[in-house]
Design a protein around this ligand. Structure first.
Ligand code: SF4
Ligand code: MG
Length: 336
């Protein structure tokens, strides 16, 4: 079966005063209906730029490669066509719903207007639809709350409003960029549950963008780990957590809080800082922070620093690492 979203060799380059910046480099992935792809990485890893490029929102950047929705090529489509597709077939939610909601219109009016624009429905039908959607995303007393303004909602309720608006036009693809990052843990869990429930009911394909592997563990079926604008590792969620193949994935896993850490244990961050995209090193972008390279023999380390690792298949993983044991096992034709 054809994936709903299929991205091949996506590259996004910005021109800056200090030179070109390749924010996304040769990324490929696919998402089927009813499935969630988690895209994980630090800020600056290219995950948000990827989502904007998929939506056709990449003002000023040069985009190459292919983005297909249900088999149809989106790159190069005129803005008018893209605009029609956004909302009707694909929708996006963000970390900060306030930036997407208008402060001077009630949430009911905004959802209704969105529905009217994309479906040409009459005012009454659109209004009814808005109240129905608010109820569906778990907002109590939706008929009354439809008449309230965004600032009258709590952070969690506001994210529900955003989701209601995104789903009002029955899109098939939902892109969620850090939708729970600003919320406390309990509300975060509720929003993730809501997205999972709506996905199941509607057979949505979801792209969940996050810096938090904990979020990925809860909602994703497949995972793409990005580093420095490139794919470091791609794998089904179980395989990724059971046996991370890339040292960066392992670092992210090690930095997850654990039950036995105790409440005030410090978070274990990966030492070092993200790579500069302006003047990328010739080798592996992770090399300066990589414990595996640091422990390797000089010749191997030289390869890490001098040659960019390509993405290779290894068991269920795709991994871009010269020294991945998975990849080594694969090259030798069997697991160790
Ligand atoms: Fe580390 Fe080398 Fe693998 Fe890059 S290629 S992740 S530097 S071991
Ligand atoms: Mg971001």
């Amino acid at each position: 079966k054809l994936p709903l979203l299929s991205v091949e060799d996506l590259t996004v380059t910005f021109t800056t005063a200090r030179g070109p910046v390749r924010a996304v480099d040769s990324l490929s992935f696919a998402v089927r209906r009813g499935r969630t792809l988690g895209i994980v990485g630090e800020s600056g890893s290219g995950k948000s730029v990827t989502s904007l490029a998929v939506m056709g929102l990449h003002t000023g950047a040069r985009v190459t490669g292919s983005v297909r929705l249900d088999g149809r090529e989106l790159t190069g489509l005129p803005e008018r066509e893209l605009n029609r597709l956004r909302g009707r077939r694909m929708a996006m939610i963000f970390q900060d719903p306030l930036s997407a909601l208008h402060p001077y219109y009630t949430v009911g009016e905004q959802i209704a207007e969105h529905h009217r624009v994309h479906f040409g429905s009459g005012r009454r039908a659109a209004r009814k639809r808005a109240v129905g959607m608010l109820g569906e995303v778990g907002i109590p007393d939706p008929a009354r709350r439809a008449g309230e303004y965004p600032h009258q909602f709590s952070g969690g309720m506001r994210q529900r409003v955003m989701i209601a608006m995104a789903l009002a036009c029955e899109p098939e693809l939902l892109i969620a960029d850090e939708p729970t990052t600003a919320l406390d843990v309990t509300v975060q869990a509720q929003i993730l549950e809501l997205i999972a429930r709506l996905q199941e009911q509607r057979g949505l394909a979801v792209v969940m963008i996050t810096h938090d592997l904990g979020v990925v563990a809860r909602v994703a079926h497949e995972v793409l780990v990005m580093y420095g604008g490139r794919a470091a590792e791609q794998a089904p969620v179980d395989a990724l957590f059971a046996a991370p193949a890339h040292p960066y994935t392992r670092g992210l896993l090690d930095s997850l809080p654990r039950l036995d850490d105790g409440d005030d244990a410090p978070l274990r961050a990966i030492p070092g800082s993200p790579p500069s995209l302006l003047d990328p090193a010739p080798g592996c972008a992770f090399a300066p922070r990589c414990p595996r390279a640091a422990a390797a023999a000089p010749a191997e380390r030289a390869r890490c620093e001098g040659t960019r690792p390509e993405l290779r298949a290894a068991e269920e993983h795709l991994v871009a690492c010269h020294l991945s044991p998975h990849a080594a096992a694969h090259t030798r034709g069997g697991p160790r």
